[in-house]
Design a protein around this ligand. Structure first.
Ligand code: IPM
Ligand code: MG
Length: 360
């Protein structure tokens, strides 16, 4: 039986970038003479418009029936006025929870072809930047109860709960240490244990898990210091292990310092259900439908999907090689444009990558 990828185009630039990602996967399966089936479902604002629910049951079922999920992006100003549990973001948070995708891997690297885009001082960038943020994705203040907005003594009050149990910490820590064993064997665990109890338990538990990985060097950093160290010297990081909210913030920072948010992919993985693969950037409503978006983060997420989700490493490598060759040939979308390069739109960038996948 063929493997199935469930497509969730979502909102804003989501459909445009995902179309290019799918074109690359189709090109690579044609070249390697294999077959993959595609299904498609609604999520986020698109699902709200169709039926009032950002994550219809049908979408969860379609994801569960697939071998991997490939998502564009969700959200946009059109749905900003909706109550919290009806917003497009609820679709994304909901599918992560429904599939128990507790481990979010967000690699940040410098593409040599885009060295000039890097926001760091050249002497800092020269030390290198090759890290993965391992972000816990189904716990923390994102999902903790109680939460709400209520009146307390006549004053409107908003509240959320930062919460982690030791099992949640242990399973995400294991992912980080296993990943470090395949890399430079350094884990930096990031918390705020000087202030927060949830972080204190986090640190204790991570130290316990680390005993099972004697070859891995474990360090700890408070999140404020980590935010600073990421711009001061990101070369010190290999695997960054952290919770949901700190990981949300630090992964945007790690991506931004590479200078090309439009280049970075992500994988959200669980123990049994299909993984979900998506670019780390959002739905960019300001440029949606204008053929301006950079599809490369989505295309690279497609390579991660093939490698990690469907265990097709050769096919994944072929996509990455074609991306690198396309950049070497000088093609750039607006977000990574420099003097002397060829400015292209989303479709043309995708077509250039497809061409190089087929040529090889
Ligand atoms: C991300 C995004 C999401 C998050 C939003 C869209 C709910 O920022 O994937 O990093 O906060 O997790
Ligand atoms: Mg984020």
């Amino acid at each position: 039986m063929n493997k199935t990828i469930c497509l969730l185009p979502g909102d804003g630039i989501g459909p445009e970038i995902l179309a290019q990602g799918v074109a690359c996967i189709k090109a690579v399966i044609e070249r390697f003479n294999c077959a993959i089936d595609f299904s498609e479902a609604l999520i986020g604002g698109a699902a709200i418009d169709a039926g009032g629910d950002p994550l219809p049951r049908k979408t969860i079922d379609a994801c569960l029936a697939a071998d991997a999920v490939y998502l564009g992006a969700v959200g946009g100003p059109k749905w900003d006025g909706l109550p919290m549990d009806k917003r497009p973001e609820k679709g994304l948070l909901g599918i992560r929870k429904a599939l128990d995708l507790f481990a979010n891997l967000r690699p940040a690297t410098l593409w040599p072809e885009l060295a000039k885009a890097c926001l760091l001082r050249p002497d800092i960038a020269a030390r290198g930047l090759d890290l993965v943020v391992v972000r816990e994705l189904t716990g923390d203040i994102y999902f903790g109860q109680p939460r709400g907005i209520e009146e307390r003594d006549g004053v409107r009050t908003g509240f959320n709960t930062m919460i982690y149990d030791e099992n949640e910490i242990e399973r995400i820590a294991k992912i980080a240490f296993d990943l470090a064993m395949t890399r430079r064997k350094i884990v930096c665990s990031i918390d705020k244990s000087n202030v927060l109890e949830a972080s204190r338990l986090w640190r204790e538990k991570v130290i316990e898990v680390a005993r099972r990985y004697p070859e891995v060097r474990l360090t700890h950093m408070y999140v404020d210091n980590a935010a600073m160290q990421l711009v001061r010297d990101p070369s010190q990081f290999d695997v960054i292990l952290t919770g949901n909210i700190f990981g949300d913030i630090l992964s945007d920072e790690s991506a931004a310092i590479t200078g090309s948010l439009g280049m970075l992919p992500s994988a959200s993985l669980g123990e049994k259900n299909p993984g979900l693969f998506e670019p780390i950037h959002g739905s960019a409503p300001d440029i949606a439908g204008q053929d301006k978006a950079n599809p490369l983060a989505t295309i690279i997420s497609g390579a991660m999907l093939l490698e990690t989700g469907l265990k097709m490493p050769a096919e994944a490598a072929a996509i990455l090689k074609a991306v690198s060759e396309t950049l070497k040939a000088g093609y750039r979308t607006a977000d990574i444009m420099e003097d002397g390069k060829k400015l292209v739109g989303c479709r043309e960038m995708g077509a250039e990558v497809v061409k190089r996948i087929k040529q090889a």
